[in-house]
Design a protein around this ligand. Structure first.
Ligand code: SF4
Length: 330
């Protein structure tokens, strides 16, 4: 059986159940890299120039960890998933960049997703990918429909039942067939404060990079809200309220979620970004200004390879103290 490696980084958190379903429906086996380790960060960083953003370095570290493990590595180039809205340029060249800097990689399965070119182009791209496994267009169609259903179910688990992507993936994997929805049991029953985390999933849910931020907040009896717990309509309307039109596909994770939670009862907002990310520094600043206007505490946490755990903990404690004092003083 053909084994396909999927790096647990970048768009994994958005699309893993869909990709897994697609390949398995076509008879392949899927292997995911382990959670991020310092060795992966170091090995990924060693392949690119220093000012490459941290998530891309981490992604390359995950690819390197899969080199000996599989027959192919799946790396899509996702340009746009909505008309007139574009992805960060790093995503577009990911397959080519990986081939160039990791020549020992197994062959890369790529697909160019550009919704701006229309549905016909999308179907052709999916068929081109599926043809590596079967010549039957019907089988590819069936696999893509099953994959789409898996994607919708995954997002329903997050937006309707308050699960984070790792919790929703765990639920799907542990319950074959359609997982029974249950609300997030990780959230504390009595809360000190409601904290919204905004940023890209590859930063919010990579526990190595963010030093277990969600877990720390929940252990301190805070309710944690993240962008994935909102519907796409909620994200879109909040983004449009703040910026008029969304240009960056994943800007909604920052601007839309920030605006929505600021307007809907978050006691504080933490923005997570990485050093050297152009799009995020602009979008995070927009949310920071909005938070200042609405007198809601906002903290921006910029992660990089050398971010020390102690520094994150100290800043987090100071931020939470400020929120608790503000709440007590009414
Ligand atoms: S949005 Fe920023 S952090 Fe994400 S891949 Fe692009 S440059 Fe890197």
């Amino acid at each position: 059986m053909i084994k396909i490696g999927i790096p647990r980084a970048l768009l994994y958190y958005q699309y893993y159940p869909m990709w897994k379903t697609f390949f398995e429906e076509l008879g392949a086996e899927v292997a995911v890299s382990s959670p991020t380790t310092q060795a992966m960060v170091t090995s990924g960083s060693s392949r690119v120039v220093a000012d490459t953003c941290l998530p891309v370095k981490v992604f390359l570290g995950h690819v390197l960890s899969l080199v000996e493990e599989c027959d192919y590595i799946f790396i899509p180039a996702i340009r746009s998933v909505r008309r007139k809205t574009y992805n960060c340029s790093k995503f577009l060249g990911l397959p080519d960049m990986t081939k160039a800097v990791i020549p020992e990689s197994p062959p890369i399965l790529d697909i160019d997703i550009n919704i701006d070119k229309g549905r016909r182009d999308l179907y052709q791209a999916i068929y081109k990918l599926g043809r590596r496994f079967t010549w039957s267009p019907r089988k590819v169609r069936q696999a893509s429909m099953a994959a789409w259903q898996a994607h919708l179910h995954y997002h329903e688990l997050m937006s309707s039942y308050g699960l984070t992507p790792p919790q929703a993936i765990e639920r799907i994997l542990s319950t074959p067939g359609r997982a029974e929805p249950e609300t997030n049991s990780h959230q504390p029953t009595s809360t000190q404060a409601t904290i919204a985390l905004i940023g890209h999933p590859y930063l919010l849910y990579d526990e190595h990079l963010n030093h277990r931020l969600i877990q720390r907040l929940e252990q301190a009896h805070n309710r944690v809200l993240t962008p994935e717990m909102l519907t796409s309509e909620e994200l879109e309307s909040a983004t449009v309220r703040l910026t008029d039109t969304a240009y960056w596909t994943y800007g909604e994770e920052v601007v839309g979620a920030g605006e929505h939670y600021l307007q809907n009862g978050a006691d504080g907002v933490i923005g997570i970004m990485t050093f050297g990310c152009g799009p995020d520094s602009l979008m995070m600043d927009m949310v920071r200004r909005r938070a200042t206007m609405l007198r809601t505490p906002f903290m921006s946490l910029t992660l990089e390879e050398h971010t020390a755990e102690g520094g994150v903990i100290t800043r987090l404690e100071a931020f939470l103290d400020m929120i608790y004092r503000k709440k007590r003083s009414g």
